[in-house]
Design a binder for this molecule. Structure first.
Ligand code: JFZ
Length: 458
């Protein structure tokens, strides 16, 4: 954070910490689902059975990065893929049910990725779902199915469009270029208002593709647009990836104040500790392969995150007041990857037992534990144990003169009451005191488990 405040006219529009019901709901989600679906699902990161690019490929970028084996006229082929887009197995109700069973409280859906293809029948471009053999409004089907399961929907929207002649990467250099780009800006605005009109139950936008100079230089336009979107849809939630101030500062303005309602930079990575977040709301979006958001046919040769990896990241995220959002990339027919199905089931099984430690919880201001992550809700404090001590004593450090300490404990896995004892041990007696929660030797668990503690006077 800069020490002297800079004059910023196009800074934050909403307060750093919104307290309205929509924002409170966002804060309480805990777990979400991302879905990247579009024309890139058809190649699925492959050229006729051969992986297009090994390693950390982003399959939804295949139009641009091509890879060494790409056909010569690949861009044209890609831009005609929509003629084949007819997902026979697409069952939005099944997606929504799977998400619900996994424990997701919100979902983010790609209405339009960088390729510019709109999955809704937009009036403002012909490059949309009505021109594909599928024809039907996919965005509507997804919004309705998820809402029917009680899951809040956010719309992913890429401003960047690779194949739009009015799109500019560099800032327009003359009047003619500016006129063209103004057309693009108006088009973007039209599409956003169209989305709000068509899908009034959505809770927010998840913006992307806002890093190019032409957009960055349009700070006056984007500032006004944010105001207009909020006026049209009270409670709307917008992340920090939408716009920048007049000095070109993205996510945070020149004074370090967040632009938008939550920090949107935690992508495939997590903050080291809660202080990195500076009190801002945030979400972490995560791929299962190292870096493929769209469908990847072949997971072999890639490290794909395990259920334990995901649960660890989930608990780390919620222990720092964030939401964890797991990405799925359905195939060209609308089916999830079998590996995604497996993860969703296993995460759901875990959530059914342990959800209390995930939903509506907040950061706990205790010395960090080597055993796992703390979360809290009301009088209850949860420790999700990933590293079980060999002596079966879960030792909790509590500040020396704390008015409240653990007084009772129970295992969420089976409801078993656990003994809690004060441990008078001088590791750092000037600062902390210790409470031991005794784990039953015969309690078996092949995943992380949750100790729920009641907090009361010592
Ligand atoms: C963007 C997209 O390019 C990508 O295809 C995917 O949709 C992802 C969710 O978002 O990729 C980004 C955007 C921002 C960063 C990294 C990748 N970032 O800020 O580090």
């Amino acid at each position: 954070k800069p020490t002297e405040r800079v004059d910023v006219k196009y800074g934050p529009i909403t307060p750093k910490h919104r307290t309205d019901a929509d924002m409170e709901a966002f804060r309480n989600y805990g777990l979400g689902q991302f879905i990247h679906w579009g024309l890139y699902a058809i190649p699925g990161n492959e050229w006729e059975g051969v992986s297009a690019r090994k390693g950390a490929a982003a399959s939804e970028w295949i139009r641009t990065w091509k890879g060494p084996n790409a056909p010569k006229d690949w861009t044209t082929i890609y831009d005609n893929l929509y003629k084949q887009f007819n997902p026979k197995s697409f069952d939005p109700k099944a997606w929504a049910k799977q998400a619900k069973d996994m424990g997701a409280k919100y979902m983010i859906f790609t209405t339009k990725h960088h390729d510019g293809f709109a999955l809704w029948p937009t009036k403002y471009s012909d490059y949309n779902i009505t021109k594909a053999p599928y024809k039907k409004d996919i965005v509507k089907e997804v919004v309705d199915a998820y809402n029917a399961e009680g899951i809040d929907v956010y719309l992913y929207f890429s401003v960047l469009e690779w194949n739009n002649p009015d799109y500019f990467y560099k800032a327009p250099q003359n009047e003619a270029e500016q006129k063209k780009y103004d057309k693009f800006l108006q088009y973007t605005k039209n599409q956003l208002f169209e989305l709000l009109d068509k899908y009034p139950t959505i809770k927010g936008f998840w913006f992307d593709g806002t890093w190019d100079q032409a957009w960055i230089k349009s700070y006056e336009f984007t500032y006004n647009l944010e105001k207009e979107l909020r006026a049209k849809h009270p409670g709307l939630i917008i992340g920090s990836r939408f716009r920048n101030d007049e000095h070109g500062k993205r996510h945070f303005d020149s004074n370090g104040d967040i632009l938008g309602d939550y920090e949107q930079g935690w992508e495939r990575k997590l903050p080291k500790d809660v202080s990195w977040l500076d009190g801002n709301d945030w979400d972490a979006v995560m791929t299962i392969p190292p870096n493929g958001w769209g469908y990847m046919k072949d997971w072999s040769g890639l490290y794909t995150k395990t259920t334990d990896d995901i649960l660890d990241m989930l608990m780390q995220t919620v222990s720092m007041n964030g939401n964890f959002v797991l990405n799925f990339g359905p195939d060209g027919q609308g089916k999830m990857h079998p590996g995604e199905d497996k993860l969703a089931t296993e995460i759901g099984d875990w959530m059914k037992v342990n959800a209390e430690a995930v939903y509506g919880v907040r950061h706990v201001d205790l010395p960090t534990s080597k055993l796992g992550y703390y979360t809290q809700k009301d009088k209850n404090l949860y420790l999700t144990v990933f590293n079980r001590p060999v002596n079966n004593i879960a030792r909790i450090a509590v500040p020396k003169n704390a008015k409240e300490v653990p007084v009772a404990a129970v295992l969420l896995a089976n409801g078993q009451q656990l003994e809690v004892k004060h441990a008078d041990i001088g590791l750092d007696l000037d600062k902390n005191t210790y409470y031991d929660v005794i784990l039953p030797k015969d309690f078996q668990s092949d995943r992380a488990f949750v100790i729920k503690m009641e907090w009361g006077a010592p």
